[in-house]
Design a protein around this ligand. Sequence first.
Ligand code: GLU
Length: 491
Amino acid sequence: MNTPVRVRFAPSPTGYLHVGGARTALYNYLFARNQGGVFVLRIEDTDAARSTDESLAAIFDSMKWLGLSWDEGPGVGGPFGPYFQSQRRDHYGIHAQALVEAGRAYPCFCTAAELEERRKQMAERGEAPKYDRRCRGLDAAERERRARQGPAAIRFALPDQGETDWDDVVRGNVAFQNQVLDDFVVVRSDGRPTYNFACVVDDHEMQISHVIRGDDHISNTPRQILLYQALGWHGPRFAHVPMILGADGSRLSKRHGATSVAAYREMGYLPSALLNFLALLGWSYDGTQELFTLAELERLFRLERVGSNASVFNLEKLDWMNGQHLKRLPESERIRLVSEYLKERGWDLSSRSPEWTAMLVRAIGDRMKKLSDAEVHGAFALRDRLEMEESAWASLRERSNAAELLDALAARLEADREFSLESLEREMRALAAERGVKAGELIGMARVALTGRTVSPGIFEVMALLGPERTIARLEQAASRWREASPRARV
Ligand code: GLU
């Protein structure tokens, strides 16, 4: 039997989109595209207290920025909506009722305080905390009597014995002893479904064929499979993808650095590079090729090639990959992305021509690994105020002829009406020859005076980016600062 491929990404809007979540979304997306299937976005917002509009917006934003478009879900609709769990309560109620009627679930009247007390006692006896099934054996009359006193939760009646297993696409056969599982709540006394129950009802109703998710959910899977069986439904195939680890081998968390997709966007990574990087955290094509476009990933991705070993999030590799993706873009695209990025970061480029940004991008050249490198390497030109690095200044201070040469250079450039890359080079070399210094030395001094650093893009590009006024002013300022710092040198 060939069931059409339908997969879903099911985030809870209780925070930003984590890079691990993005990888889960990506694998689902790629599998759907690759199999000619459907990619569903479902919002698991049953926890009203923790779900926020801001995180929902952040999830949508990050998904869109990454280019992971969904075929069904919020904003696009589809035949199995609504796609927000908060709007599907009646669906859960109907199926919970069916479970009760079939004797596979039962009302539980225990209060939170009672449960807590019993949990404590179990812990004191050294037992694993588990619901003691107190309400499972109540007879119909007792249930009715208690129901009149207030609403009840509904618990799933689990089998005592046996095991539940499945053939996981990533991990092979996985089995759990049923006795380690609890008679868990499917619908709370206030009518809200629990994650495991809502997930099963929705995956069934939305005709999900494959559940691809992080392996932090693996202990939920036997519970969900038992629910499918109790409801008489055919369950999906499961693929549990290993966690992403930080450099120290523990699960990737904020301790290791940024974990949100939005933060990587802000840091100047390209969506194509981040996707490429995430794809390879767990999947490989032939073990050799590392650079892929999204279109290539869509074509080449195979769920069977997702490995069961956890992968480490290696930032250096991401940087390298991002540099490669940037390099492969047509220059015009790189320029467009840089100017968009700079604007998003609050730089006012309104007085700058498009050629100016193009020149900045060219001046930085291959040093640009991230869009933010335009800010780092271009800071001298983006800011009107020069930020002088201490060590750079110290290197200038050591030069006995610095002030004199910088002043002379300023004077020469003032007379240079052309102020082009060619004329600037000509003037610089002429001055060096005239004063009997090496052009490289003069350039080194000018670099510190103009950029505040000892490393920068090419000096003539630096001058052109600054323009005549700022160039001359900075040369003169450096000269006078140098003189003020060495009063005796004046004579
Ligand atoms: N809402 C769950 C989560 O964000 C979804 C888990 C699943 O894919 O079943 O972890």
